[in-house]
Design a protein around this ligand. Structure first.
Ligand code: ZN
Length: 253
């Protein structure tokens, strides 16, 4: 029923250390042809073909681990915020192409909140928040209000995709941050949930997730019939699915 952000198993390799931070490295053997590494939810996942021998596996893990360490070092903020979008004070952000300016203020209060006024999103964080934690804290509340602010525009896009695609019933659209799934369709109440990160994804990726979930309104399982229907609307769905698996960590605010 959902597009999972990953599977929960595997062996571990030596963690990658960046400053005081340790990033776990997980290794998964699978029936795939090529090895690759990615960062997901604050950890590095290295996938290897199940057929690869132990010597070759060790060598591949070392080289992929080295390559991804360099990528993380060159832009740690992008990789290490646990799947959450990151926002900085003064930043311009364009969810679905609409521009907003981000403003992060310290205020005499005990909780964190954010609001949208015109094209400015202001986050208020408690004065007591240590500077190292303020951006992460602000990013969480900004993601939430941004989801609400973009809801109408996203609703129009979903309607367009749906009417020229699966034509399923969508009674409610929910946009929210999730570390686990890209989207979810509930046959119980006809609601469609989409991950806030999709507001920044290439249109084709958003389209694929919407079609995937709305086909679930008709076929619940990932059966042959399900994928045939997805393909009838998106002939190159496999490529888009792969992009989501391999490059989604490049989606930033
Ligand atoms: Zn699915």
């Amino acid at each position: 029923m959902e597009i999972s952000l990953g599977e929960e198993n595997g062996m571990h390799a030596e963690p990658i250390r960046i400053g005081a931070k340790e990033i776990p490295v997980r290794i998964i053997k699978k029936r795939i042809r090529n090895s690759y590494a990615r960062v997901k939810n604050g950890e590095v996942v290295i996938e290897l073909p199940a057929s690869l021998g132990s010597k070759a596996s060790a060598k591949t893990v070392l080289s992929l681990r080295d390559r991804i360490s360099k990528a993380i070092l060159s832009n740690p903020g992008r990789y290490l915020l646990d799947g959450q979008l990151r926002f900085a004070d003064g930043q311009l952000t364009r969810p679905l192409g609409t521009e907003f300016r981000i403003c992060i203020l310290r205020a005499a209060r005990s909780t964190c909140s954010a609001r949208v006024s015109g094209n400015t999103i202001t986050a208020y964080i408690p004065e007591s928040t240590p500077p190292s934690a303020s951006e992460e804290l602000a990013s969480k509340v900004i993601s939430k209000v941004l989801s609400e602010a973009s809801g109408r525009r996203l609703g129009e896009i979903v309607e367009k995709i749906n009417s020229s695609g699966p034509k399923s019933e969508v009674r409610r659209l929910i946009v929210k941050p999730s570390r686990r799934v890209w989207g979810y369709y509930s046959t119980k109440d006809g609601s469609l949930m989409l991950n806030t990160k999709l507001l920044y994804a290439p249109y084709q990726i958003l389209e694929y997730v919407v079609v995937h979930e709305l086909v679930h309104a008709k076929i619940r399982s990932h059966s042959r019939r399900f994928w045939d229907m997805v393909r009838s609307f998106i002939p190159d769905y496999k490529e888009r699915r792969r992009w989501l698996r391999e490059n989604s960590f490049t989606i930033t605010s």
